[in-house]
Ligand binder design. Structure first.
Ligand code: CA
Ligand code: CA
Length: 174
């Protein structure tokens, strides 16, 4: 028995050091099948706002975010976060909202954190497994990407948030 899942993906692209990380090619890398809208189990991103920890007089690193409907089904299931010119001490921040745009109550069943390299800390706060969201309601979360490494490089991570309808178990039994 497979539960009806709605899955959101947060794709984090991270460019460290002075590398010019281009947008070119990123859309080919997003191999994500992020939706399962059987019935009206449906969840999507409704707000994504990027910022960082630089003060008013410093603007070296940049964090950008886009929320996308990659598969064209009308449900915005993918967040792409692109950090450029990151450096040790830089923190990219994305405040986002997740809305239940279906017709049944959902709860968050899984938050799959990415495998990240040493020196990079990715966290989600504000949303936790077990959180419930009714139709037309919204959860607010914050994604932080804290860079402690000064190793130049380009990295990509994918984080997933899954929700199931109210009556499903929060495990993966089949
Ligand atoms: Ca900045
Ligand atoms: Ca979609």
């Amino acid at each position: 028995m497979v539960g009806k899942l709605a899955v959101l993906a947060l794709v984090i692209m991270l460019g460290l050091g002075a590398l010019g990380v281009a947008f070119a090619g990123w859309s080919q890398e997003l191999a994500i099948d992020g939706t399962a809208t059987t019935g009206r189990v449906q969840m999507e991103f409704t707000e994504c706002v990027a910022s960082d920890n630089e003060g008013p007089d410093v603007d070296f690193g940049t964090t950008m975010v886009e929320c996308l409907d990659l598969d064209g089904d009308g449900v915005v299931e993918t967040m792409v976060v692109d950090i450029q010119r990151g450096y040790a001490g830089y923190t990219g921040i994305v405040d986002f909202s997740v809305s239940n745009t279906g017709t049944v109550p959902l709860h968050v069943s899984e938050i799959v954190m990415p495998e990240v390299v040493d020196g990079i800390a990715v966290e989600v706060s504000g949303i936790a497994v077990g959180d419930q969201v009714h139709p037309c309601n919204t959860l607010s979360g914050r994604l932080t990407i804290d860079i402690q490494t000064s190793e130049p490089g380009t990295y990509e991570f994918t984080l997933r948030i899954a929700a199931v309808n109210w009556n499903e178990e929060v495990n993966n039994d089949e």
